[in-house]
Design a protein around this ligand. Structure first.
Ligand code: KIV
Ligand code: ZN
Length: 403
């Protein structure tokens, strides 16, 4: 493979779990982590160990049980190594030590440190100066490095930080031992152009930039998280921080499945490749939906219930003749195997006939078919939510019982 590998860093269990109303039990977190490992995720951010004893135990258990797993990670084009298990920490000794004590059981482990760098966060939240900020970065990245070879640093609210100051703060982090620099657009404020430019600028102007992996971390407040992450990739980022179904604080994080399928669908547009088993995307999405209780919107790209359904007669006719008329992704490539014809008031005879064949009614007479189609159209007109297979069975029973 001649392109660079895009590292998929999943934060479903940390930033994703920060979604209002979502609380996952330890068993549920371990189950999701196992699935993320099978999916081929490169780095699993398992939690924020200092946040509570429950968080600490979940991260430790994931490090012990999922950290060594190789299932699904070997074979053609796959990762060939277990996932890195990562724990988040603020820039304090206690946070860092606690994160390390939780992740150290995994054969491959990482500490992820963050400290805000924007003036608004420094002045109002942290009440420290820029000089104190860089000093804290130097000391705490250095301390993390003394425990762990793999250290990631994030300047929180990087998307709204002063660029020149950011280059200085990040150069300090590199000198102190950071191996990955992650640039959060914490409040989802940037445009794709701006965020892409920021990644390029930082890579060009930060001393020591070539010795680290640059990473994106985008929030979706303006619906731009995926576009911004991809703009970052186009400008040299080689890690993306994402969450399954895009769950996370407020409007959420960048969606894992959207970034992966963009890179997958446009291999010439992005200078990277991924090693995710895309056929597990749909089942992973459903697992996270069930366990988190965060429903996936039906029209969500890639994993929404309607993502591969065609309702209008013209579209159904096209897809029945050649799927590529209206499908840019093969549903089976993301693990969707169900019939992609949604019967509704816009459906035509062709789609209705195929549906009847699928349901075992291929032997209806022409008159019965005509009668069934008329009844179906009347039903579809009166039903808001579409016609189900159960409706069709009832309708055929009615046609058959009519002399
Ligand atoms: O959005 C953010 O800034 C974060 C950091 C902790 C990386 O989640
Ligand atoms: Zn975040």
């Amino acid at each position: 493979m001649s392109t660079d590998k895009l590292i998929i860093f999943d934060t479903t269990l940390r930033d994703g779990e920060q979604s209002p109303g979502v609380t996952l039990s330890t068993d549920e977190k371990v189950e999701i982590a196992r699935q993320l490992s099978r999916l081929g995720v490169d780095v699993i951010e398992a939690g924020f160990p200092v946040a509570s004893p429950g968080d600490f135990n979940a991260v430790k258990l994931i490090a012990q049980e999922v950290g060594p797993l190789m299932e699904g990670r070997e074979g053609e084009g796959r990762v060939g190594a277990p996932a890195v298990i990562c724990g988040l920490a603020r820039c304090t000794r206690n946070d860092i030590q606690t994160a390390f004590d939780a992740v150290k059981y995994a054969p491959r482990h990482r500490i992820h440190l963050f400290l805000a760098t924007s003036d608004i966060h420094l002045e109002y939240k942290l009440k420290i100066t820029r000089a104190e900020c860089t000093q804290q970065i130097e000391e705490m990245v250095g301390f993390a490095k003394s425990l762990c070879a793999d250290v990631e640093f994030s300047p929180e609210d990087g998307g709204r930080s002063d660029r020149e100051f950011l280059t200085k703060a990040l150069a300090v982090a590199i000198r102190a031992g950071a191996t990955t620099l992650n640039i959060p657009d914490t409040v989802g404020y940037n445009t794709p152009q701006e965020y892409g430019d920021l990644i390029r600028y930082l890579r060009e102007k930060t001393e020591g930039a070539d010795s680290v992996v640059w990473s994106t971390h985008c929030h979706n407040d303006l619906g731009l998280a995926t576009a911004n992450s991809l703009a970052g990739v186009s400008n040299g980022a080689r890690q993306v921080e994402v969450a399954v179904n895009g769950i996370g604080e407020r409007a959420g994080n960048t969606s894992l499945e959207e970034v992966v399928m963009n890179v997958h669908t446009h291999p010439h547009a992005y200078p990277v490749h991924h090693t995710i088993n895309t056929r597990l995307l749909f089942s992973t999405s459903r697992m996270v939906e069930d366990l988190s209780g965060m429903a996936v919107q039906p029209n969500k790209a890639i994993v929404g219930r309607n993502a591969f359904l065609h309702e209008s007669g013209i579209h159904q006719d096209g897809v029945l003749k050649n799927k590529q008329t209206y499908e840019i992704i093969r549903p089976e490539d993301v693990g969707v195997t169900t019939n992609n014809i949604a019967l509704g008031k816009h459906s035509g005879r062709h789609a209705f006939r195929i549906k009847l064949d699928d349901l075992g009614y291929a032997s209806l007479s022409d008159a019965q078919f005509q009668s069934a189609f008329t009844k179906f159209k009347a039903l579809a007109d009166s039903k808001k939510s579409g016609v189900t297979d159960g409706d069709i069975h009832a309708l055929i029973a009615d046609v058959r019982s009519t002399p």
